[in-house]
Design a protein around this ligand. Structure first.
Ligand code: PEP
Length: 246
């Protein structure tokens, strides 16, 4: 069985003081939750959070597909490792749509992270147009096949997958529990076909307007192992309430 995770993607929000206060509140509340918590602040604040212990882990929101050198504005997996970052989000739909991140780049990032012992949180998800054309499964499958190309069986235990329908991110519209479960079951079976039974241990997170009011119903679904939370991760009460929804 996959482990339970609730991850907060702060995106480009929170200044130093607000972030410190939020992380302290999360650390305080973490003892009350029965899952792993991952906090993904903006890159400038990663080092100040990376000494955290227990069930609160730190994640980056991105990583370079390159090792090192003349890549202004980028940071490498090795740099994240050097400040003890545990996870990194790759292939978030905002990276794909606003910054042109491709499936090949996502795949390269996954490999760089794994080589440095950092766990990738690999995002996938269809747009509204793709769902309306009933292409959602095809799109998600292709994203996963490409993102995870070349992975060894041993690396599976270090992978997390987040299904985030683009039409649900930051819109207030959540996928229904049925829609989410259907896609998660499809993702689970796709991963098993690709990698064998060990893939059942890959945590599958749902993301897209997840909040305390809908987390319980979503997390009760057989193939949903937790959430990747955007807006609702910026307040400790809502983030912790979601984490208490298993
Ligand atoms: C996200 O961006 O990963 C996300 C899930 O955002 P929100 O919860 O705000 O929809």
């Amino acid at each position: 069985m996959a482990r339970k995770i609730v991850a907060g993607n702060w995106k480009m929000n929170m200044l130093a003081d607000d972030g410190q206060q939020l992380i302290q509140e999360i650390v305080k509340g973490a003892a009350e939750v029965d899952c792993e918590l991952i906090v993904c602040p903006a890159a400038p604040f990663l080092q100040s959070f990376s000494m955290l212990k227990g069930n609160v882990k730190i994640g980056a929101q991105n990583v370079s597909a390159f090792d090192n050198g003349a890549y202004t504005g980028e940071w490498s997996a090795a740099m994240l490792k050097s400040i003890a970052v545990n996870y990194a989000i790759v292939g978030h739909s905002e990276r794909r749509s606003l910054f042109g991140e491709t499936d090949d780049q996502v795949n390269a990032k996954v490999h760089k992270l794994l080589a440095d012992g950092i766990k990738p949180i690999v995002c996938c998800g269809e747009t509204l147009e793709q769902r309306e054309e009933k292409l959602e499964k095809e799109v998600v499958k292709l994203q996963l096949v490409k993102a995870l190309d070349g992975l060894t069986e041993e690396s599976l235990e270090n992978i997390v997958v987040a299904y985030e329908p683009v039409w649900a991110i930051g819109t207030g519209v959540t996928a229904s529990a049925e829609q989410a479960q259907e896609m998660h079951a499809f993702i689970r079976s796709t991963l098993v076909k690709l990698f064998g039974d060990r893939a059942t241990e890959i945590p599958l997170l749902y993301g897209g307007s997840c909040k305390p009011a809908n987390a319980k119903e979503l997390f009760a679904c057989e193939d949903i192992d937790g959430g990747l939370i955007g807006g609702a991760s910026l307040k400790s009460e809502s983030f912790l309430a979601i984490a208490q929804s298993f």
